[in-house]
Design a binder for this molecule. Structure first.
Ligand code: GCB
Length: 596
């Protein structure tokens, strides 16, 4: 799916701004043929939760309604008009002038619908019903239950299988874009690099709709100079003296695709792309032929008041802070991030592990490493269909991004239980079939899954471990934690000598401003000691290809006795002030080259 951009044949209208908002009172159904019976406002894009002064709204489980009005300039009405949601969390029913236009489930990927048929003259009314409910068929996963209150009214409950706050709403931009009636539907760009010849072959695959008899492709460099051109829906162009897209040194070309009829331009679309080669071989993750070392973070889309809503200044700051620290990468834990963030990473040279919203695929959660208990996760969870859709939509959206170096197909599933391999095998096959760039695939493994019990390691290109020695286990005992970390990595390396291993989570809750002469847990001293311990171990393992700590910043969570206003494992506070450990990590990461 293409990101909406303006071109000589297309324009984009942004519906961001103030919308009407209400939570649904299930005893008085909404009549979509009339304006919503509310005068409350909500800003879009943003989560609705933290914009409200009322706990009842912030914590609402069920349906919410959004509404706005817009006009379309007469001169645009001959064009194909497409209404596009960057995301709608988690399930949406979209009505235009009272007519149901589309429905989409899955809260972190875009969807769109052509609206010409439903437009009226003058003001148009756009109404969206959203559900923030999750269950064992959805992604992410939560336990859903219902009770009734004293008045006999339905009360819905969610117990999420994850700790981040279940922010919801229209969290990403809502846009209307135009295309001509015949148009470019999709573009896939696949670079193949010959590193010794400094040359690349760029395959483009274009799909069109309507009356198009010719497709032209032109490639431009960063100075807008034409560097190659060709024609055909499937074209293969050669770039000589190629500028590589390197971690922290981005270089973006643009593929300009023109659709023609009788040699007249019908539609044009421009897609940025980078040229780089990613391989996993002999226990190494190679970027343009050189061993790459991931330095960075697991993150969240999470800022004050915006919640999980697009916050571009925060995204820019986060990338700037990463670069300052010498970090080069992050994982989109635990859902695909906004398209705006992906485009920013393309420009900034930040390497991304792109993760589907698959978190919490376990029936019961624990850190008992000696447990041999088998739940019925793979019978209880009915997520396979949603999982396939999430993979399709993530890869469909992000396939051309230079920044995406690997797909993560799950965070912390019950991979040690019977049925896990049978569940994951078709999903890995699907991802590999769908990705035109054939990127490596992985999942991040929960501590309960060990090198000996994980049933799915044969599926992954890179072993990605989420580990909390010294925090959730051996709490505060960094000596024991160091031994456990070392022993486990040694075992993985011995059993899987050809697979690169990385940490995709490790961390300790740390309250900014809390200090301890004794390096106690929760203090800034402990956090630094913890990371020093982990670094010492990492440096001793040859196949160890990266460290992505947990978490870039403190973030909001559901309520729980382990969470005081959220998860405090950030090395920055929620408003991006550094904790003490940042200086240590900055020194370390600046001294470790990304490549080489
Ligand atoms: C994990 C999860 C992450 C949590 C983290 C924690 O294993 O993947 O979503 O936030 O632990 O801090 O407990």
């Amino acid at each position: 799916m293409l990101y909406p951009v303006t071109t000589p044949t297309r324009t984009v209208l942004d519906l961001s701004g103030l919308w009407r908002f209400m939570i649904e009172d299930e005893n008085s159904p909404v009549d979509v043929t009339h304006p919503l019976p509310t005068h409350d406002d909500v800003a879009v894009p943003a989560s609705f939760n933290d914009q409200s002064s009322q706990a009842k709204i912030r914590n609402h489980v069920g349906y919410v309604w959004y509404e706005t009005t817009f006009n379309i300039a007469d001169f645009l009405r001959t064009q194909r008009l497409v209404l596009r949601f960057g995301s709608a969390t988690h399930e949406a029913w979209v009505y235009l002038n009272g007519q149901l236009m589309t429905h989409h489930k899955g809260g972190f990927t875009p969807f769109e619908v052509a609206i010409n048929q439903a437009l009226v003259a003058g003001e148009n009314r756009l109404t969206v019903k959203l559900s923030n409910m999750l269950d064992y068929t959805s992604l992410p996963v939560a336990h859903y239950s219902e009770t009734t209150d004293d008045a006999g009214h339905l009360v819905r409950h969610l117990d999420e299988n994850f700790d981040f706050f279940n922010y919801a709403g229209l969290q990403r931009p809502v846009k209307i874009y135009t295309t001509p009636q015949s148009y470019v539907e999709d573009v896939a760009v696949v670079p193949t690099v010959d590193l010794t010849a400094h040359q690349a072959t760029i395959q483009t695959r274009v799909t069109t709709q309507g009356d198009i008899d010719k497709v032209q492709v032109k490639l431009f460099d960063e100075d807008q100079q034409l560097v190659a051109k060709g024609s055909g829906k499937a074209s293969q162009l050669t770039l000589t003296d190629v500028h590589l897209w390197q971690p922290l040194h981005a270089y973006l070309y643009t593929a300009q695709v023109t659709a023609l009829r009788n040699d007249e331009v019908v539609d044009q679309y421009s897609e940025p792309f980078g040229v780089r080669k990613i391989e996993v071989t002999n226990g190494q993750f190679l970027f343009n032929g050189q061993p790459f070392y991931f330095k960075g973070f697991g993150k969240h889309e999470d800022t004050a008041i915006h919640g999980r809503g697009l916050n571009q200044p925060a995204n820019v700051l986060d990338v700037n802070l990463m670069k300052k620290m010498g970090a080069n990468s992050f994982r989109t834990s635990h859902y695909p991030y906004s398209e705006e963030m992906m485009r920013l990473c393309d420009r900034a040279g930040i390497v991304v592990i792109d993760e589907v919203p698959v978190v919490g695929l376990f029936e019961s959660f624990g850190f008992d490493l000696n447990s041999t208990k088998q739940d019925q996760t793979w019978q209880v969870m009915q997520t396979a269909t949603a999982h396939q859709q999430a993979i399709r939509e993530m890869i469909g959206r992000d396939k051309n991004h230079a920044c995406v170096a690997m797909w993560s197909l799950a965070n912390e599933a019950a991979n040690f239980e019977d049925g896990a391999y049978e569940y994951f095998k078709p999903l890995f096959d699907l991802a590999r079939r769908l990705d035109p760039q054939q990127r490596p695939c992985t999942y991040t493994s929960i501590m309960q899954t060990t090198a000996k019990t994980d049933k799915c390691l044969s599926l992954v290109d890179v072993i990605a471990l989420n580990r909390y020695y010294g925090w959730y286990v051996q709490t505060g005992d960094l000596k024991a934690a160091e031994k456990a970390t070392r022993d486990e990595l040694a075992l993985y390396q011995r059993l899987y000598p050809n697979k690169p291993i990385m940490y995709t989570e490790y961390g300790a809750d740390t309250i900014a401003g809390v200090h301890s002469n004794y390096g106690e847990p929760f203090s800034e001293e402990f956090q630094e000691d913890y990371y020093r311990m982990a670094s010492r171990v990492f440096d001793d393992f040859e196949n160890f290809v990266g460290e992505q700590l947990w978490n870039f910043a403190d973030f909001q969570t559901k309520f729980g006795i382990q969470r005081v206003q959220g998860n405090k494992k950030g090395i920055f506070t929620r408003d991006r002030e550094p904790k003490m450990v940042v200086r240590y990590l900055q020194r370390r990461w600046r001294a470790i080259p990304s490549l080489g």
